[in-house]
Design a protein around this ligand. Sequence first.
Ligand code: DGL
Length: 286
Amino acid sequence: MPPTSTELPVAVFDSGVGGLTVLHECLVSLPHEDYLYLGDTARFPYGDRSPRELLAFARELAGILLDEGTKLLVVACNSATAAALPALREELEGRVPLIGVVRPESRLAAAATRSGRVGLIATPATVASGAYERALADASGGRAELHAVASAELAPMIQNGGEVDERTVECVERACAPLRGARVDTVILGCTHYPLVRPVLQRTLGREVEIVSSGEAIAAEVERELDAAGLSAPTDRRGDYRFLASGDPEAFRRLGTRFLQLPIAGVRHVEVVPAGPVPAATGAAA
Ligand code: DGL
């Protein structure tokens, strides 16, 4: 018997292992759901790629996950959400509900800010898209102002590094300096990797600054969306979680465990269209 819609997994995709920080929150908040995660490790990083390229990647990954079977698609990657979500939403209309990270995070930030000065740290692609400016203006009714900092180096540094070291601290300090200067009271972590250095960010920004990350925002959004569509799994069960990766499955498993903070058993390889090299850094701040 084919599975009913409620029995299908929630599918999550990202440029690599970073979206596992989003999956982590979903697994903790909604443990009764099944999950299927796809990490595009073969084409990581996304943060310096063009909107056109990111839309093509997002289309391809969404297609793979739809073929596998899913009842809800989560674009956990901020760069892909910022570049591709409106077009992808139109294309998938009537086939599967779609959630991106920009709007849920912006809503949390609009609710958290008292001064109306909100900071964003994200990849150059995400900052250049202007997606957070638009989403925050919508969410706050134009009352909040965004101060955005692009960091080309922080995500790859977190991914390639093991322990947090001095270089990471310096990179975080460079990203936070303009936000401290702008006296923001809320900061959006606009990249899947940043929750791994949250303590360094909080220490640098000061404890009075509220940090908003996509994991917490997305888990609540997934729950709302599934309830509204009548697609929630029964809560008296424990769901499972499975992984696909476009790069080396064993490397994904090893690296991913640090981001997921839960065991990763098996990872299946999937083919994607090879991408050109990542363009040289844009020279954006931090
Ligand atoms: N998932 C990406 C993002 O959130 C991580 C960074 C990258 O791929 O460059 O933007």
